[in-house]
Design a protein around this ligand. Structure first.
Ligand code: SF4
Length: 241
């Protein structure tokens, strides 16, 4: 899911999309507490290296975590830095990517590496506009790189995050309304804590991937059940996924 802009809530924002501060605090506390007990231990969560995080995010764009894990390790053994990737031949990069598929991704990653080495002294820029100027980096990936690598208070919205936010704060919202994407980005930004942004964004994704899944969400074990508008979840209430 992408957004052309990250907008803040305006006076026209319906109240369910602009939760009061006390509810935001409860959401953050519950989410972070759950994540510390249940969050997945993934290799890209043990690094703050912007390039390593970018590799993981590009690989995860279309591919399940368990398929990404071995390829992530192999890729970084072969191309441990942006310079190493920039110096590689295109054919070899494409072969190394196999069998992840969606082969525009290695081409784009390779092009990003070459541009960063040529124009930014080998250091991935940290600001949103420059990150999004690279082909292959949309709003979600820019937010992920900013928050995971640079510790910035940058929101993220992907399919998992969108599902969690709509269910918790809106309940049975119309998932097709035109302003939905803007509202999701605004809500995600509103909810961000001042500190622990890394854990908060990782936790949002884990909750959507492990508990508040598309079909048969695990409401009885969900930390959000006391504050969730969709609890107990009824699939007939949801219009589209
Ligand atoms: S209570 Fe159920 S619907 Fe609500 S966030 Fe948790 S898993 Fe999702």
């Amino acid at each position: 899911m992408r957004s052309s802009s990250r907008a803040r809530a305006s006076k026209d924002t319906p109240p369910e999309w602009s939760p009061p501060p006390a509810l935001r605090r409860r959401f953050r506390r519950r989410l972070l507490g759950w994540y510390r007990r249940n969050g997945r231990d993934l290799p890209w969560r043990r690094t703050r290296d912007p390039y390593h995080i970018l590799v993981s995010e590009m690989m995860l764009q279309q591919t399940q975590v368990d398929r990404v894990l071995p390829k992530y390790e192999e890729w970084l053994r072969k191309y441990p830095s942006l310079e190493a990737l920039a110096a590689a031949r295109a054919g070899e990069v494409a072969r190394t990517w196999r069998p992840l598929g969606y082969n525009a991704r290695p081409r784009r990653l390779h092009a990003i590496a070459r541009e960063v080495v040529a124009r930014y002294d080998g250091r991935l820029p940290s600001d949103e506009d420059t990150l999004r100027s690279f082909k292959g980096i949309g709003a979600y990936t820019a937010g992920a790189v900013q928050s995971f690598a640079f510790g910035r208070r940058a929101p993220i919205v992907d399919t998992n995050v969108a599902r969690v936010l709509v269910r918790v704060f809106v309940g049975r919202g119309n998932r097709n309304e035109t302003s939905l994407e803007k509202r999701l980005w605004s809500l995600s930004e509103t909810l961000l804590p001042r500190r622990d942004v890394f854990d908060f964004n990782q936790a949002l994704m884990d909750l959507g991937a492990m508990v508040c899944v598309a079909r048969r969400p695990r409401c009885p074990i969900c930390p959000m059940s006391p504050i969730c508008r969709a609890y107990p979840f009824n699939p007939d209430q949801e219009e589209t996924e």
